[in-house]
Design a binder for this molecule. Structure first.
Ligand code: C2E
Ligand code: MG
Ligand code: MG
Length: 695
């Protein structure tokens, strides 16, 4: 883990803590109380904003009234002085008034608008014309800037003596408003602070049903399946609880679906490996004898390749059902069946005896091998079984599976029986096998695999016509290992393509050399069906030909009959381009596969190689001559060359020639030889023609 991600995860871990703590400090009631207080505060604030806007007309009116009152008072008092003839007293009057009305300012004029007296604070008076207009209208007020003006005539007994002008500048509206708002806010805050606990208590009381419910939901036993909605008749809560029940039901259903999906194989609907292993662990841990049988389908990958994944899935599902049915019909005790791999199934048999396990394996073996028809295509699968028992072979589920796999591997190695039980000796064998596998891998890296060459002879004349390249493993300890041992390992480990390419290169180089020296012309190379999986196969053959300079018609590829029959379309797809370049194709070990003649005759073969077991049996098995004759007749009818393998005696060669076989290969002529010895053999070779008329 990098420092960055460590920090991230630390952040992630730290984050949820803060809100959790806050949530604990303030419960639902606290939050509601807070909201109430905040709402009250903001409502008041809104009102304080709106009130002065609405009161503006009234305020103006009040101010006008005040300025009128000032002007009237000034005019009245001035009139009294005038009536008394005390004009000189008017200055004092004006001063006195300015003391009594601190915001107001007064001025008195004679009837010709000559100033008689004015308050010291008056700096600038409106023009005479405006003052005269004000004095003429009893309801007129003049506003200049923030200052209000009113003027009244001084009249006594119908005689005009002068004018009284009064003005005042009220305090700025904003100042007053701010001041009032600040005061109000302080008062409101204090009040709210004082009543907050009460609001809190009220909220708590009002929310009690909800907080009780919250507590109940949190403390609820997960196993409690009762509906929350049934626990309350509260009109407000009931719909809420019904909604919670709905959400809960839906999420439980989703959870169940997810669990089913996580533990079920979608193709066979059987428990999957995860579920199977947990069941196996539990059963083994429970004690007592537990048998585990695992079943592996043979070459199921081939079914996938040949018929496509849809048919292969259906075949798997059918096979699974057959296996399960066979087990349930045979067993009286409960068992557990699941899919544990792509083409593997497993059966857990707690408390079963060895006999019961034997019979269940036999039943499953029989059930699996029946032909099934899918999409009008008949296909057949076969399977191998491995079994192990706890506590004898393993103490836990994982080990028990491992031991059953060891037994399965043994069953795969065996010919004849299709099942094996775990045995301690198998472990050693399995270990030796893995060692061998490792050695094959290393041997291939070190170039320990070489080709040897076995001559092929024209029966009639005895002349050498070609050779078959056969792989040999020369181990560092000097031991030569036969292909029967290492070819299956190389196939299983996916190394056959590499090995095949090495043999192909060696063989092409050797044959090109012979060709130049005018000896044996053609070379045959064996091809494993696994090599068809290698997309580079066809090109690697072209490369071997190009690099060696061997003409393509001098190369022959041998494909076993069983490989050709298993997937004729694939063989044809791979082989046609090579055939078109002139490479010859031979069908090897003919007679040993389950021949599908229709398929084989459609394939581009030039040569039939009769398997050595028929040649060997010629003298011992009374049916062998008939089989060989039949193969030869068929090859002749198809116009194909025939090679008899394993010719060890002159009698065999004579018989084969009599039956129109063209070429022989076997110890009678020569065993396979290393490249270096092959030249010497050819040089000293004396043809051994077979005798058509020998008895
Ligand atoms: P095959 O292609 O049918 O090869 C013939 C086998 O018969 C060879 O066995 C050869 O040594 C053996 N043989 C030849 N003459 C006689 C005889 O007169 N009597 C008896 N009893 N046996 C004889 P080998 O070399 O052990 O090869 C076994 C099989 O291994 C081959 O059967 C072939 O299928 C496979 N194989 C060999 N080399 C390669 C290779 O390079 N690639 C692939 N894919 N398979 C190979
Ligand atoms: Mg061969
Ligand atoms: Mg053969």
């Amino acid at each position: 883990m990098t420092a960055g991600t460590a920090k991230d995860s630390a952040d992630r871990a730290a984050k949820p803590v803060a809100p959790k703590r806050r949530a604990k400090r303030m419960g639902l009631s606290g939050r509601v109380a807070m909201i109430a207080v905040a709402a009250a505060f903001f409502a008041a604030l809104a009102q304080w904003v709106v009130t002065p806007i609405m009161a503006q007309g009234e305020i103006r009116y009040q101010r006008q009234t005040a300025v009128f009152a000032g002007a009237n008072l000034l005019a009245d008092v001035a009139r009294i002085h005038v009536e008394a003839g005390h004009w000189d007293e008017i200055g004092k009057l004006v001063d006195a008034l300015s003391v009594g009305m601190p915001d107001g300012q007064s001025a008195v004029f004679d009837k010709d608008w000559k100033l008689i007296a004015k308050d010291g604070a008056v700096e600038r008076l409106p023009p005479q014309r405006q003052m005269a207009a004000l004095a003429a209208d009893a309801s007129a007020v003049m506003v200049e800037g923030e200052r209000y003006y009113a003027a009244r005539p001084i009249v006594s007994n119908g005689v005009l003596y002068g004018y009284a002008v009064y003005s005042f500048e009220p305090r700025a509206f904003l100042d007053i408003w701010l001041w009032v708002v600040a005061l109000n806010a302080i008062v409101l805050s204090l009040v709210l602070l004082a009543i907050a606990p009460l609001i809190y208590r009220l909220a708590r009381h009002a929310l009690k049903p909800v907080t009780d419910l919250e507590k109940r939901i949190r403390m609820r036993d997960p196993k409690d399946k009762s509906k929350l909605a049934d626990s309350s008749d509260d009109k407000l809560l009931k719909p809420l609880l019904t909604a919670i029940d709905g959400v809960h039901d839906r999420s439980e259903a989703a959870m169940r679906r997810a669990l089913t999906m996580a533990y079920t194989d979608p193709v066979t609907r059987l428990p999957n490996r995860l579920r199977f292993m947990s069941k196996l662990d539990g059963t083994v841990a429970g004690g007592g004898v537990v048998f585990l049988v695992i079943c592996d389908l043979d070459r199921f990958r081939q079914v996938n390749v040949t018929y496509g994944p849809r048919v292969a899935d259906l075949a798997l599902a059918t096979t699974a059902e057959r296996l399960r049915a066979a087990a349930s019909q045979t067993l009286t005790l409960p068992f557990f069946f699941g899919r544990i791999g792509a083409d593997q199934f497993g059966v857990i048999l707690p408390g079963a005896g060895r006999e019961a396990v034997d019979s269940v394996i036999a039943a499953m073996e029989a059930a699996v091998s029946g032909v099934m028809v899918i999409d009008e295509q008949a296909l057949r699968v076969t399977a191998r079984f491995g079994a192990a028992a706890s506590p004898e072979d393993a103490a836990n589920g994982g080990d028990l599976l491992k031991q059953a796999e060891v037994a399965l591997k043994e069953a795969k190695r065996q010919t004849g029986t299709k099942h094996a039980f775990f045995d301690r000796k198998l472990l050693d064998k399995a270990r030796a096998q893995s060692r061998l596998e490792e050695e094959v891998r290393e041997g291939l890296e070190r170039g320990e695999f070489v080709a040897v060459y076995q001559p092929k002879v024209k029966l009639e004349t005895g002349e050498l016509v070609g050779a078959e390249a056969l792989a040999r493993w020369r181990r560092p300890d000097g031991m030569a290992v036969s292909p029967g041992v290492f070819i299956p390992i190389a196939e299983e480990l996916g190394l056959i393509a590499k090995l095949g390419k090495q043999v192909m290169q060696d063989a092409c180089l050797a044959a090109a050399g012979w060709n130049r020296r005018g000896i044996v012309s053609s070379v045959a190379v064996n091809v494993s069906p696994h090599q068809f999986d290698d997309p580079d196969f066809v090109n690697s053959v072209y490369r071997a030909l190009d690099e060696s300079g061997l003409p393509p018609n001098l190369l022959e590829l041998e494909i076993t009959e069983s490989a050709a029959v298993a997937d004729p379309d694939r063989v044809a797809r791979t082989m046609w381009p090579l055939r078109n370049r002139g490479v010859r194709l031979a069908i090897d070990d003919f007679g040993t596969g389950h021949s599908n003649f229709a398929a084989i005759t459609r394939l581009p073969f030039d040569v039939f190689k009769i398997d050595q077991q028929f040649v060997r049996a010629l003298s011992t098995d009374p049916h062998a001559p008939a089989i060989v004759e039949m193969i030869l007749a068929m090859a002749e009818a198809l116009g194909q060359e025939t090679v008899a393998e394993g010719v060890e005696t002159k009698e065999q060669a004579d018989f084969l020639l009599r039956r129109a076989c063209t070429i022989g290969q076997g110890y009678y002529y020569s065993p396979p030889l290393p490249a270096a010895e092959f030249d010497a053999f050819v040089r000293s070779y004396r043809p051994r023609p077979a005798d058509r008329f020998a008895a």
